[in-house]
Write a protein that binds this ligand. Structure first.
Ligand code: NDP
Length: 241
């Protein structure tokens, strides 16, 4: 069923590349007035040239105050996708503090910061809304050299549940989408570490970007009107193995 978001206003973070770019394009195609936030201007320029109706915002989520300032300017948002994320590879023993700070600052604090600003607007408007956070099956599954990235995603799962609990009374739903591996700029450099997950996957394949887009759009839409606080695995049956 084609989703309709006419009259809705959407914000997607990390919309320059990968999932975020595809999600922003889909939301615009479905009628939402769409704001695409990322930090590489060339990506935003090419997105804008592909879909002129999309409004672009260049801000680095590592800058807490500037992010609040830019997101505050947008006005009311009905649909928020906290997608921006970075990965990193290092063993628990050797991980320096700067890596821990940087990955948590983008993946966790970036989501927290943007959500605070947007949720406040949703509450003040009385219109409610839907928020989807990009998590990962690595929030539950340990892989070698992935401890910082994975713990940011565990934090996102719990943040999703906490937000759903506190924002539910304001008719704001909050869910996460937790894929296994989709080959993007984020993952292609870690093929050796990630490929073993494929052998454990009953369906014998990893998701495509389109699978992620479909799940996000479903959770944003009224079709999922009673779903909140869920962390939706896109794992081809991998489950708890
Ligand atoms: P990509 O690396 O392809 O795209 C990430 C986007 O986020 C880029 O546009 C990037 O911009 C932007 N971004 C990163 N850091 C910042 C920042 N500090 N401020 C603003 N924008 C930023 O990643 P994916 O599309 O693969 O991943 C998207 C999300 O999905 C992430 O949260 C990731 O953890 C999650 N995920 C991905 C999986 C996968 O297999 N690909 C699996 C499970 C979860 P720039 O390039 O300019 O840095």
């Amino acid at each position: 069923m084609a989703m309709k978001f006419d009259g809705k206003r959407a914000l997607v973070t990390g919309a320059g590349k990968g999932f975020g770019r595809a999600i922003a394009k889909k939301l615009a195609e479905c009628g939402a007035e769409t704001f695409a936030l990322s930090r590489t201007q060339a990506d935003l320029d090419s997105l804008k040239s592909e879909v002129p109706d999309i409004k672009v915002i260049n801000v680095d989520l590592l800058d807490w105050d500037k992010t609040r300032e830019e997101v505050s300017k947008i006005g009311h948002i009905d649909l928020l996708v906290n997608n921006a994320g970075v990965s990193g590879k290092s063993s628990f023993i050797d991980t320096p503090k700067e890596n821990i700070d940087m990955i948590f600052d983008v993946n966790f604090k970036g989501t927290f910061n943007v959500s605070q600003v947007i949720a406040k607007k949703m509450i003040d408007s009385g219109k409610g809304g839907s928020i989807v956070n990009l998590s990962s099956i690595l929030s539950e599954k340990a892989i070698a050299d992935g401890c910082v990235y994975s713990t940011t995603k565990s934090a996102i799962d719990m943040l999703t549940k906490c937000m759903a609990l506190e924002l539910g009374p304001h008719n704001i739903r909050v869910n996460s989408v937790n894929p296994t591996v989709v080959w993007t700029d984020l993952t292609l450099k870690y093929k050796d570490e990630l490929m073993p997950l494929l052998a454990l996957t009953p369906m014998g394949r990893f998701p495509e970007i389109e699978d992620v887009v479909n799940a996000v759009v479903f959770l944003l839409s009224d079709q999922s009107g009673m779903i909140s606080g869920e962390c939706l695995r896109l794992d081809g049956g991998l489950g708890d193995q």
